[in-house]
Design a protein around this ligand. Structure first.
Ligand SMILES: Nc1nc2c(c(=O)[nH]1)N[C@H]1C(S)=C(S)[C@@H](COP(=O)(O)OP(=O)(O)OC[C@H]3O[C@@H](n4cnc5c(=O)[nH]c(N)nc54)[C@H](O)[C@@H]3O)O[C@H]1N2
Ligand SMILES: Nc1nc2c(c(=O)[nH]1)N[C@H]1C(S)=C(S)[C@@H](COP(=O)(O)OP(=O)(O)OC[C@H]3O[C@@H](n4cnc5c(=O)[nH]c(N)nc54)[C@H](O)[C@@H]3O)O[C@H]1N2
Ligand SMILES: [Mo]
Length: 696
């Protein structure tokens, strides 16, 4: 028996990007564990990824190319050879390019793997060479990301390890224990050192429970809360006047706006008490005024609403007002991804593109866009869709439209996948893709600042190929002879950072820390046009927007509708990663089945009892799931934890049946948590596919 260990990187869309050690015996991966030498991973993995081998050797892994034989969406396929599949796909694409132009072909991908190589490297080259439409990858983070860029200048912030030294610690729109587990260790260290932890989240999450305080505000009201905190900072003079004068822009104007937001006004909007706001502002402001470090961990949960970009701008003004940035344990972090010097153009080669100004399709409105006819404004109707690293039929908003679009008989759809997902069910061809244990990759992170290398631990299963190889072979089948399609995955891995990161270090220990200052903005130096923290943004003003950040109410304001009196949010279930892992039986057993959490008062008003099947509905659609009467839900807000595969839902649908395709103020992102619904008893019979014994 031969045993070896291989260093890798967790590929999943999570801030933690853990360093993995895979044990291989006689060519089989038998165990995946966290690397103790990597400080952020600290030798432990989440429940999901510690079961990674269950996913890799899952009996339902796709191992051969498949061609559709039944109606779209029916999931009926026959096995074909790679040669047949690739030649036929190339023929079909050529016909579409000839008749409608290359922009009728659309790539659709997100972060099924966060690897730079199996992500947009060879795929980018292929679509650039083809001249396909561009994809605006907005589904997760662009509202907050743009908010940050307009205020701080980039997606950068505090170093995560220094949170352990902060005194006041705000966990804002983040369920760290579920979705950023390795960060929670720093929060616990801070707490042991005497820090106060305050959670700002409509849901009483496992994280909120463990904090010293929890403000359960209404979804989409964070901007109002931030303005009221500013009001208190100003009226109590908990400000760092020197920092404001030297390193910020637009303070006087922002001050005028903030003074319009006394705690009473914000409390009425947020659905909390003025005392809660005063106390929060005092904890944050007075502690900062004493020269102690105060830190904010912001996460993407608070920017999935109409005003998500502006709310992010407002929150990210706070550390500059208080001078929190002076300390390495003070400031804010939403995402660290801007710190990584990735050579995207060298990977994706936009110069292969002949048309310099192609159209862009927004992935968040794929439902409407698939149903749009050709027009002068839109360009050609979408005729072909090539999906990889994503499961849009389950994860994109307003999924009835998405499924209707995917069901178009005249749409040619290719899906590169590891599993027969909801999206794969609609494919004309399903191409089997390797997992992280079977291919090379290199990573950046958004919750720390280390580069990670992933080496293949085992040979590809069955006939699976890495995404890169599939696009290489598709390029050959299309007759593209450019030499860039000959680059191996190892070549690409070395290209990603060039000589900015030592490859020997990566090969030796699996990771390499970026050389960064401890306190990046202690003396200003923000990567904005002015070099200052921009409370006022001339760039936004020039684009016709409000140069000052403001509170923008939701499209669907909680409590504003008598027909749909409940606001619904749909944050992640702890044991799934978006819609990934839903088919891993041991994890699904923990999450049981799709459910909706509701406050006891809202349940009583509707005569609903625990464990009943309910119908959740609005004008966009309906969805049936199990009711969980729970103290995790605040009055007026229901929580539909996601993201289940539709076909595992009780009625073959999931929570995105109810979400809308309306976009955020900045970043053109979806508004998943800006959604009103009503709930009533369901009269469906209870024998749906995912139904389990509720009392078990
Ligand atoms: N286990 C697990 N981990 C994950 C994921 C997963 O699906 N499962 N998803 C990954 C992905 S894709 C991402 S983008 C990251 C970040 O994942 P996100 O889920 O975006 O972020 P979280 O940080 O968990 O924040 C979600 C929290 O925000 C709260 N929230 C909802 N609306 C509001 C609001 O209006 N205001 C405030 N203040 N809070 C609100 C929710 O109740 C929830 O507790 O996590 C990643 N990690
Ligand atoms: N209602 C609601 N909807 C949401 C959210 C929410 O909070 N509420 N969250 C949103 C967010 S934050 C995000 S990021 C999106 C996530 O949406 P997606 O990025 O689509 O994420 P997943 O659902 O995990 O699907 C990723 C797919 O990629 C596949 N995959 C993984 N690795 C590889 C690979 O190497 N090659 C190939 N070919 N395939 C691979 C996996 O098998 C999986 O099916 O969902 C969004 N949708
Ligand atoms: Mo995400």
């Amino acid at each position: 028996m031969t045993t070896s260990t291989i260093l890798g990187a967790c590929p999943h869309d999570c801030p933690d990007t853990c360093s993995l050690i895979t044990t291989v015996q006689d060519g089989m991966a038998v165990k995946v564990r966290g690397n103790p030498a990597h400080s952020h991973t600290n030798g432990s993995l989440c429940t999901k990824v510690s079961r990674y081998t269950e996913r890799v050797y899952h009996p339902e892994r796709l191992l051969n190319p498949l061609r559709r034989i039944g109606p779209k969406g029916s999931g009926q396929f026959e096995q074909v050879t790679w040669k047949e599949a690739l030649n036929d796909i190339a023929d079909r694409l050529r016909v579409i390019v000839t008749s409608d132009g290359p922009q009728a072909v659309v790539p659709y991908s997100y972060a099924g793997t966060m690897g730079l190589i199996q992500g947009e490297a060879m795929a980018g080259r292929f679509f650039n060479r083809l001249g396909a439409s561009l994809l605006d990858r907005t589904i997760c983070a662009t509202a907050g990301g743009d908010g940050l860029v307009y205020t701080l200048g980039a997606k950068v912030g505090m170093r995560v390890e220094f949170y352990a030294e902060s005194r006041i610690f705000l966990l804002w729109g983040t369920n760290s224990i579920a979705s950023n587990l390795h960060f929670w260790r720093y929060a616990q260290q801070a707490k042991r050192n005497g820090a106060k932890l305050i959670c700002i989240d409509p849901r009483r999450t496992e994280t909120a429970e463990k904090c010293d305080e929890h403000l359960a505000l209404l979804p989409g009201t964070d901007g109002a809360l931030a303005l009221a905190i500013m009001h208190e900072l100003i009226t109590h003079d908990w400000l760092d006047h020197d920092y404001i004068a030297c390193y910020t822009l637009g303070y006087e104007r922002l001050k005028q706006r903030a003074l319009e937001w006394p705690p009473e006004r914000a409390a009425a909007v947020c659905g909390i008490t003025p005392e809660q706001i005063r106390s929060l502002a005092q904890d944050y402001g007075a502690t900062a005024r004493q020269g102690e470090p105060v830190a904010i961990r912001l996460n993407y949960g608070m920017q999935r609403v109409r005003g998500g970009g502006n709310a992010t701008r407002l929150v990210s003004c706070l550390p500059a007002m208080t001078g929190a940035w002076r300390h390495r344990a003070g400031g804010l972090l939403l995402s660290s991804s801007g710190a990584f010097p990735v050579r995207s153009a060298a990977l994706e080669m936009p110069e292969l593109r002949r048309d310099p100004a192609p159209r862009t399709i927004n992935m968040s409105t794929i439902g409407d866009d698939l149903l749009r006819p050709a027009s002068a404004q839109f360009g050609p109707a979408i005729q072909a869709l090539i999906v990889y690293n994503s499961n849009p039929v389950a994860v994109a908003p307003q999924s009835s439209k998405v499924a209707e679009g995917f069901a178009r008989e005249d749409l040619f759809t290719v899906v590169l996948e590891q599993f027969q997902t909801d999206t794969a069910d609609y494919a004309d061809y399903v191409l089997p893709a390797t997992t992280q244990l079977e291919h090379w990759d290199i990573h950046r992170a958004y919750g720390h600042t280390d580069v990670l290398l992933n080496r293949p631990a085992i040979a590809p299963r069955g006939e699976c190929k890495p995404n890169t190889q599939i696009f290489r072979e598709l390029a050959t089948a299309m007759g593209f002879t450019d030499s860039c399609f000959n680059d191996s995955d190892e070549d690409l891995v070395r290209t990603a950072y060039g000589d900015q990161v030592s490859f020997d270090t990566l090969l030796g220990q699996g990771f390499s820390s970026l050389p960064l200052p401890d306190a990046p903005f202690a003396q200003g130096g923000f990567p904005t046009p002015s070099g200052k923290c921009e409370f006022f943004s001339q760039r936004l003003e020039d684009e016709g927007q409000d140069g000052l950040p403001d509170y923008l109410p939701n499209y669907e304001i909680p409590g504003s509708s008598t027909r749909y009196p409940l606001a619904m949010i749909s944050p992640p279930a702890r044991n799934f990663l978006n819609s990934t892992f839903v088919n891993v039986i041991s994890l699904r057993d923990i999450e049981r089945e799709p459910l909706l959490e509701m406050h006891p008062r809202d349940a009583a008003e509707r005569g609903l009892s625990h464990g009943k099947l309910v119908r959740v509905f609005n004008d966009r659609g309906e969805y049936h799931c199990r009711l969980e009467i729970s103290a995790r839900a605040r009055p007026g807000v229901v929580n539909g934890l996601g993201i289940w595969w539709r076909k595992m839902g009780i009625d073959g649908r999931n929570v995105n049946e109810l979400t809308s395709q309306r976009l955020t103020d900045l970043g053109r992102a979806p508004t998943f948590y800006d959604c009103l619904v009503e709930v009533e008893i369901s009269h469906r019979d209870e024998t749906g596919p995912a139904t389990v014994n509720w009392t078990a």
